[in-house]
Structure formats: C-alpha cells, structure tokens
Design a protein around this ligand. Structure first.
Ligand SMILES: CC(C)(COP(=O)(O)OP(=O)(O)OC[C@H]1O[C@@H](n2cnc3c(N)ncnc32)[C@H](O)[C@@H]1OP(=O)(O)O)[C@@H](O)C(=O)NCCC(=O)NCCS
Length: 178
C-alpha cells in the first residue's frame, strides 16, 4: 500500500471510486452527485489549487482525498479537505486516517497554515480537527450543518481569525454541497 499524488490520468478511477463508495454509504443520488464532483475536481487537479492524494494497492486506487484552496484577501494558505472516500471493502482498517495524516504532513511541508473540513465530527476529530466557529473563519457558502465546520492549524500557532469570507474553487460554489 502506498500514497501518491493523483492527476488527471486517474480521473476515471477516482470517479468510479467516489461514485461507488457514496452510493453504498448514502444512496444512489448522493453517489451520482459526489461522483460528478470528484470527476470535475480530478479534471482540474493541478497539485496547487486542487490537490488529490490516493492510496494504491496492487495498482488500484483504494482511497482518495481532495484538498482545494480557500482564497482570502490576505495571502494565508488555507485548504479545505473534501471529499474523501475509502473503497467499501477496505473501510474500518485505518486507511482513511492514514491517508489524511499523510496528506496533512505533505501540506505542512508546503507551509500550509490551516486545513478546514466539513463533515462528520466523530470521524474528523480522530485526525486532529476541532469545531471551527465561523467567527474565526467563515465558510464560503451558507452551512446547513454548522457543527460539521472544523479546522486544524498546521503551524505552532492557533488558527487565526480572518475577517473576510473565503472564495472556494468553482466546483464547490454550489449550495447543494453545503
Ligand atoms: C469515512 C471514511 C473516509 C473513513 O475511512 P476508513 O478507512 O473507513 O476509517 P479508518 O479505519 O481510518 O477510521 C475508522 C474510525 O473512524 C470511524 N468512522 C469510520 N467511518 C466513519 C463515518 N462515516 N462516520 C463517522 N465515523 C467513522 C470509525 O468509528 C473508526 O473509529 P475507531 O478507530 O475509534 O474505531 C470511509 O469509511 C468512507 O469512505 N466512508 C464513506 C464515505 C464518507 O462518509 N466519506 C466522508 C465524508 S466526505
């Protein structure tokens, strides 16, 4: 099992992975929606604005995760982690946590200051995320589940308060994901 940066050549495999994982866990409609999102994100993965990390086993991608840049007026480097998928047959074996921790180390090496996610606090709290009040950092769009807005600092400093509302990549600029 190894971790690597994925690119557009992996678009089909990434789309298949997200579609099947989210169809199994959330149903067909959600599977199609997240599969489409993963397909669009992977078509524009540039390892800068949109970064995709994967876990491979015997030549197949068994887990993948996207990080997308959140842009603020100031030049601070902030990324959002979403979505993440571990293939249904490989879940619950530590693969998701290992991939996230590997990716966070990589981002730390790139001098990223803060990583934010939006999801289930019971999972993301296992990999260092804590509830992030919007008085500290706002979400780009209105949140339907504010308790899922979470963040972690990758520096020695706590997460700084930032006044302006960030701009997310265009793929996430749709209320359906929030
Ligand atoms: C959520 C997911 C990425 C976790 O990856 P994983 O490899 O299965 O998880 P790990 O084995 O690394 O970690 C397991 C821990 O997370 C918890 N966990 C796993 N999936 C969870 C979920 N969907 N919600 C909450 N907690 C979850 C388990 O209780 C377990 O806790 P424990 O170690 O204390 O027993 C994976 O199960 C998955 O792809 N699920 C379907 C899609 C999804 O929900 N994606 C996340 C939202 S974007």
């Amino acid at each position: 099992m190894n971790h690597k940066i994925l690119d557009i050549s992996n678009q089909e495999a990434i789309t298949r992975l997200f579609t099947s994982v989210f169809t199994s866990s959330e149903g067909e409609k959600e599977g199609r929606m997240i599969g489409y999102l993963a397909s669009k994100l992977s078509s524009r993965t540039d390892n800068k604005e949109i970064i995709c990390f994967g876990t491979c086993e015997e030549g197949s991608i068994i887990a993948a995760i996207f990080f997308t840049r959140l842009r603020f007026d100031e030049s601070i480097q902030v990324y959002m982690l979403a979505p993440v998928a571990v293939s249904t047959g490989h879940q619950g074996k530590g693969i998701g946590q290992a991939l996230i921790n590997h990716a966070l180390d990589e981002l730390k090496n790139r001098s990223v200051s803060v990583v934010i996610t939006y999801g289930d606090p019971s999972f993301y709290s296992k990999v260092g995320f804590q509830a992030l009040p919007e008085t500290t950092i706002k979400a780009p769009l209105k949140l339907s589940m504010p308790q899922g807005w979470m963040g972690q600092s990758l520096t020695a400093e706590p997460i700084p308060s930032i006044n302006d509302r960030p701009i997310c990549v265009e793929e996430f600029n749709d209320p359906v994901y929030w």
